[in-house]
Structures are given as C-alpha cells and as structure tokens.
Design a protein around this ligand. Structure first.
Ligand SMILES: [Zn+2]
Length: 185
C-alpha cells in the first residue's frame, strides 16, 4: 500500500484495513487502527506502521478508544484466505495472476508478506505447486494431450510448461506420464 492509500483508509475509518497497518499521531504519541473514530489528525502529523508492535517500539502508546493494542489479526487472516481463494480459482486460466491480486487493493509486496505469514510459502511457490499438481494429475489420470494440459494449468506455451515441469520433477511431461501411468495400473 502506498502512504496515499493508507491515508485514504484513515480518512474513511476503513475497517477493512484493521490489522493491515496502524497509524500513529506524532503530536499525541498515540497509535490507532485505521477504523478509529477519533478526530482525524493532520496528515503531516501521522506516520504508518505495519504492526502494533512496531508502533510501540517507536515509542507510541495504544489508543484507549480503538484499543489498537487488542486488535486480533483476523482481518489479516481474512485477506490471506481471500488471496488463497483467488489463486485457487484463477490459476487455471491466468498465467499472470498479479492483475487479479491487485484487485485486493494492496501492493503485491504486501500481499506476498501476508500470504507468506499465513501459509509459509510465497504466492508464486504456492501457485507453481498448484499448477504442478494439477498437471501431474492430468498426465496420469487422463489422456489429454500435453499441449492441452499446458494451457489448462495456465501456461501460454508448451515449451514454457515443458521447462517448468522438467525443472520441478526431473521428467518431461511425456516421460512422466509413461512412467507413472504404468506404475499406477
Ligand atoms: Zn484510536
């Protein structure tokens, strides 16, 4: 998120951003969650923090009104789940998922941070694993052509898919199919 976006969230008391960042008011020494209903401070008096902990380290005290110290991290968790759902539902149709992710309203950097904190893998690792598992499944259990499988899991070229598959499994798709299908019978 840019500072402008954060400032906008503060102005609107936007609770969707609670847990995503905190703002602190230099003139009062207090930090709040974005949804705090206290009087809007002057733009030049506030600074932003990713966590409540960081705000406290910088010397700010939690706000008694919005209890910024008590914020559970549910909203952040919701966003993590939203990201995961988005990836799960679009990985087969989009090679580049970044445009979709931007609809969440955070920077890709922040999205990655939230996702990794929750699932211990980066967005791209998670995405690649989904593609790989789906491709393996189809190679073993269907007679779909490799080219069709490549497109189905979101690749725009067979060579890209081939390289990706080989890097991750050590097999070419055709070889993988041959070996695993036989073992599977
Ligand atoms: Zn507050």
């Amino acid at each position: 998120m840019t500072q402008e976006e954060m400032w906008k969230a503060v102005k609107n008391n936007d609770e969707r951003y609670d847990g995503i960042f905190f703002y602190a008011v230099k003139s009062t020494g207090i930090y709040c969650r974005p949804s705090c209903k206290s009087k809007l401070p002057k733009r030049e008096n506030i600074c932003f923090f990713n966590t409540s902990h960081e705000a406290r380290l910088a010397g700010f005290r939690p706000c008694k009104r919005c209890r910024s110290d008590l914020l559970n991290y549910q909203p952040m968790k919701d966003i993590g789940q939203k990201i995961k759902k988005l990836i799960d539902s679009t990985f087969q149709v989009k090679m580049d998922i970044n445009d979709e992710l931007k609809s969440i309203g955070l920077t890709l950097h922040r999205i990655n941070e939230i996702f990794k904190a929750q699932y211990q893998v980066s967005v791209s690792e998670y995405l690649n694993n989904l593609k790989l598992e789906e491709a393996k499944k189809r190679l073993i259990h269907t007679d779909d052509k490799v080219i069709d499988i490549a497109y189905l899991v979101g690749f725009q070229s067979v060579s890209g898919f081939y390289r990706f598959f080989k890097e991750n499994t050590g097999y070419s798709p055709a070889r993988y199919r041959k070996e695993k299908k036989i073992n599977n019978v």
